[in-house]
Ligand binder design. Structure first.
Ligand SMILES: [Zn+2]
Length: 303
């Protein structure tokens, strides 16, 4: 089937013989990064003393998350929740409660410090510390997303080395692809800034994590256009949302409207990241990439 010509049947990412997307024109992976306080503390431990700023971040797990879980249950939509190990450790009820709702919990670093800001040894230690938290909580982990989507050149190798199926931090395509690493191949479920609520809604006076508060109506228009594009070209609509941002009332209501639109398209299917990664890993037609740093000559780029 040409993915640009949907046949009107609901897709099934598990259906054999149709590649990673089953019979769907576009696959939606609805993802929530449950960052809580971590992106602010990554800017400076002193922000722990800011009661207002900490309450702004705690709103995510305390208010946004249960609202989102209710919304997903209402619409019977599966999702993937990327949780920093620090958040899972400080709120031991959080990851098990997500899993109990039938959703996937995935690795989102331990500290939310971006890999590009750490040494190779620090990144490895942070990566493994998060895995140890999930292991203690009996949460099965299949995939990883780098903090701030700032993966280093060793990140996908760490994902492969620790036996995970997929990463979701790179932007080299708009459909799944395989990344060859020294420790074997992993599936990449690519992301893009246009499908991240951070660029639409993130505002704090300090630290500088964003300075926008867009209208949910505009945001939904943007995501609808991108979903229709994915339906035309056959892509992965990998939406990244944050409970402290999209959990707010007007935004949650707009998200509901957007999901109702997507659910009403017969050629769109929803799946958890781990399920898409599993079918993608078995798809022989998937592109294999060998990413490596470009040769940036010092005489051309002196700084
Ligand atoms: Zn995050």
């Amino acid at each position: 089937m040409n993915p640009g010509e949907p046949d009107g049947r609901p897709g099934d990412a598990d259906e054999p013989g149709h590649g990673w997307q089953g019979r769907a024109a576009a696959v939606v992976t609805l993802t929530f990064d449950v960052d809580a306080e971590t992106p602010v503390l990554a800017h400076g431990r002193d922000f722990a003393e800011h009661a207002s700023t900490m309450s702004h971040q705690a709103y995510g797990p305390d208010v946004g998350l249960p609202r989102i879980l209710d919304l997903l249950a209402d619409l019977s939509v599966p999702a993937t929740f990327f949780v920093p190990g620090w958040v899972a450790e400080h709120r031991p009820w959080l990851a098990p409660s997500i899993a109990e709702h039938g959703h996937e919990v995935a690795h989102h670093s331990y500290s939310h410090r971006p890999p590009t800001s750490m040494t190779a040894e620090e990144e490895r230690a942070d990566f493994e510390r998060a895995l140890a938290v999930f292991d203690r909580q009996d949460i099965e982990i299949h995939g990883h997303r780098a903090a701030l989507w700032e993966a280093s050149w060793q990140t996908t190798g760490l994902v492969a080395e620790h036996g995970l199926t997929y990463d979701s931090s790179l932007m080299g395509d708009d459909r799944p692809y395989k990344v060859a690493t020294p420790a074997g191949e992993v599936v990449e479920l690519p992301v893009h800034w246009s499908l991240d609520d951070w660029e639409q809604y993130a505002y704090l006076p300090a630290p500088h994590i964003g300075s926008v508060i867009e209208s949910p109506a505009k945001v939904i228009e943007l995501w609808r256009a991108e979903l229709d594009g994915m339906r035309h070209y056959g892509g992965l609509f990998n939406l990244c949302l944050h409970p402290f941002l999209s959990g707010r009332p007007g935004r949650a209501l707009a998200l509901r409207r957007f999901l109702e639109y997507a659910l009403s398209r017969a050629d769109v299917t929803f799946a958890r990241c781990a399920d898409v990664a599993r079918t993608a890993a078995a798809d022989p037609a998937l592109t294999i990439r060998h990413p490596q740093p470009p040769a940036a000559e010092p005489d051309v780029y002196p700084h």
